[in-house]
Structures are given as structure tokens and as C-alpha cells.
Write a new protein. Structure first.
Length: 254
């Protein structure tokens, strides 16, 4: 097994710890934080996708166990129904897309997601999206998951727009991540698009660190000033998205 560069291991551990802490507090932002930061420290996109899928999967298992009673299974099934064809389309197309174009798209998606999630803080009456819209959100999540690891963005936007309760939102997203990430990893393993060999040795270190960050976020989240943490989280995500987009543009024009 090839071992990762020690500097990369340390930087990656810090990214995973921070991103899982944020995910533990707000319930869905792990990928939004981890994707741009892992790319910035030099982890190739194909490796970032597998790392994020595995770490997010590990972090959500305990949430499913604790919040099982809060899951809206009708909505979760519709999201997963759309996920599989989205993943299959992503596997078929991602090898044909330029890496820098994908990075730029990921940066833009990150910024747009922050805007709409921030708007979700505006008080509105709860609503229930039609089943077809829920399936489409799952489909987009599957496609983004296998191409950028941002599979949580469309479902999170859907639930935010529906004004789902915090407990239901966290529970539904956890089910979507656990089952969706397993399906995505299985499909990737059969597609011949394997990550670098060093990823598996890195995950042996990063998974437990990520779990610690996630549990810390879950424990400390209710005690933190939510408005302050929300602004801080958005600031970090926006800065990462801007830098990632700028790097991609510079590589494309240079």
C-alpha cells in the first residue's frame, strides 16, 4: 500500500476534522467545506470524491441510528430513487469532462448553494415539494456526488426550501448520504475509475479523525451561538469557493 505524503496527511486531517465539525453542527455542510479545501492542498479531484464519500458515509451512520424515528421515509425513498440514475450518468460523463471545468463548476455550485441556503433562513410557510421535484433533487445529488462529491447540495436546498424541521432535515440527509454514498462507491468500483493507491492509507487516519470532528460538532453545536457560527461557516465556504473558482479559471486561461 502506498503511503501518502506526511504533509498532505496532516493538512488533509485538519481539513477533514474542520469539515466534519461543521457538518456535525449544521447537518449537511461537510462536502461544501471539504471539497474546495482538499483541492487547494493538492488532492486530485478523483481522490477527493472517494475521500469525501467514505468519510461522509462514516459520519452519517451514527446519525441514522440516533435519528431513525425522525426520518421521512417517503421523501428519503424518492431522493434515493433519483440518486442511482444520477450516479450512472455522472460515471458515464465525468471522464469526458475537463478537470478544470469540473473544478470551476464545483466552485460555482458551492457559491450558489451558500446563497440559497442563506436565503433559507428567511421565514416562510412550510411547503411540500411534489414527488417529481424530490426525485430530480436526488438525481442531481447523485450526479454531483460522483463528479464533485457535492451530493448533498440539491437535497439540502430542497429541504431548506420546504422549511423541513431541523431534526427531519438532518435525519433525511443522513439516510440519503449513507445509502447514496454506498451505492455511488459500489458503482465507482465497478466502473474502473479507481482512486490513487495512497487514498486508502490516508482514509485509515482521516476516517477516525473525521468521526471525532463530527461527534464534537454534534455535542457542541447546540451550545454555540448559531447565528455567529452560521456566518462563520458561510464565510469559510464562500472563501474556499472563490479561491477554487479562481484557480480553475487561471489554469484554463494560462
Amino acid at each position: 500500500m502506498i503511503v501518502a505524503d506526511p504533509t498532505l496527511l496532516v493538512l488533509g486531517a485538519l481539513v477533514v476534522l474542520s469539515a466534519q465539525f461543521v457538518g456535525g453542527v449544521v447537518g449537511f455542510a461537510y462536502g461544501l467545506v471539504a471539497l474546495p479545501l482538499l483541492l487547494l492542498i493538492g488532492v486530485p479531484l478523483v481522490d477527493v470524491i472517494v475521500v469525501n464519500l467514505v468519510i461522509d458515509l462514516a459520519g452519517r451512520l451514527s446519525i441514522v441510528a440516533r435519528r431513525y424515528a425522525d426520518v421521512s421515509w417517503g421523501r428519503a425513498r424518492l431522493l434515493l430513487l433519483g440518486c442511482v440514475p444520477g450516479v450512472l450518468l455522472g460515471v458515464l460523463t465525468r471522464g469526458r469532462l475537463d478537470t478544470e471545468v469540473i473544478k470551476l463548476s464545483a466552485g460555482v455550485v458551492t457559491l450558489v448553494a451558500v446563497y440559497f441556503i442563506a436565503r433559507g433562513g428567511i421565514k416562510r410557510e412550510p411547503r411540500k415539494s411534489p414527488p417529481a421535484v424530490v426525485v430530480v433533487a436526488g438525481w442531481l445529488g447523485g450526479f454531483l456526488g460522483v463528479t464533485t462529491s457535492l451530493n448533498g447540495v440539491p437535497p439540502a436546498l430542497l429541504l431548506t426550501g420546504d422549511r423541513a424541521t431541523a431534526r427531519s432535515m438532518v435525519a433525511d440527509l443522513a439516510v440519503y448520504f449513507v445509502i447514496g454514498n454506498i451505492l455511488t462507491l459500489l458503482i465507482l468500483s465497478q466502473s474502473g475509475q479507481a482512486p490513487s493507491s495512497w487514498v486508502w492509507s490516508a482514509l485509515v487516519i482521516w476516517v477516525p479523525i473525521g468521526l471525532a470532528g463530527n461527534l464534537l460538532g454534534i455535542a457542541l453545536g447546540p451550545r454555540m451561538p448559531y447565528a455567529f457560527f452560521r456566518r462563520l461557516t458561510f464565510t469559510v465556504i464562500v472563501a474556499s469557493g472563490v479561491v477554487l473558482s479562481a484557480q480553475a479559471v487561471r489554469a484554463m486561461v494560462g
